[in-house]
Design a binder for this molecule. Sequence first.
Ligand SMILES: O=C(O)CCC(=O)C(=O)O
Ligand SMILES: [Fe+2]
Length: 370
Amino acid sequence: MAHKVFKVEEYEYPELLPTFPKVDYDPYVELKVVDKGHLADPEFKSLFGAATKVDRITPDLGTEIEGIDIRQMTDEQKNELALLTAQRGVVVFRNQPATIYDMTELAKYYGPLHVHSTTGIPKDPKLNGVHIVWNDGTKPFDRINYDRSSGWHSDQTYEINTPGLTSLKVVTAPESGGDTLWCSGYAVLSSFSPQFQRYLESISALHSSDKQKAQAIEKGVYIRRPQTDCIHPVVRVHPVTGMKSLFVNSGYTRRIVGVPKAESDAILNFLFTQIAQCNEYQVRIRWGKDTICFWDNRCVWHTATFDYFPMKRHGLRATPVGERPISVEDYEKSTGKVALDWYREKMRALGEDVDDEEANKAVSKIAGAD
Ligand SMILES: O=C(O)CCC(=O)C(=O)O
Ligand SMILES: [Fe+2]
């Protein structure tokens, strides 16, 4: 079957299509980033006070806010957005005239921008910190080779400082389809037994850009920074919420370090499957004209949906990096606080209590241990 041809000259945003310049970036070194969420009013008075509607899309993650133009936010509102996204995982704004230049300015408020080493960037060098999502709608989705579980990922976890408060605007959305899903890393972790959580808290994993680089080489794309791999704790603590989040993903996590390969494979496969299957901890957002979604890449995963052939889809992402992932042990040592468990905090907020002893007993009963 002959595929239709995409004509740049007929397209609305030709200047925002991906380019692959032959430039060399320096390798990343660790950056000190202090999260703006620390400065926020926990009651969100500035942000919610100015909003006309605040809707919790699911009980556990995703909030949609109406009545705010993100270009006009005060510093107080920006700080509250950081805290809200750290708590709710995803925050959605509709009808936003903000351009990718506005989104880039806002992202810089939160931290240094991540500059990608292989994916397409707009030709304006001022936008070299922008990641482009682009599907020209000329090729049907490859159903045969698609690895379903590998769709779920968090962004660029092979870096030392991994992305934090990320925003995406789909400037050309298909008429229907092309939704994005997010899943809560806090909630998935808390769904495991206390024993298994303790094990996960004690290990680290290798994250790699290997596959992304190999794909780029296959397409003849120039690699703008040498390959980066990094070892991170499997459970990281969000510095603002103090909550533990599961931090492995099928896109970039290759190996749990220091354990037999069979154990690493079994555990990673189990975790990746859980992420894809926990629909009670997921939210699915339909893009409309001028929708902008913010997510906290430290505590959610995301995946796109390829159901829109032969329509086009074009997204622009602004990505500030956060702190180098903090393990439970380091967090507790450096702050003197106990890292929090999402489910316990949720129950506490509902006036209930959860006893680990009880949970342990329940688990051993199910396992037939007594
Ligand atoms: O296209 C999407 O919905 C998400 C793409 C993505 O993974 C990203 O921009 O990081
Ligand atoms: Fe992504």
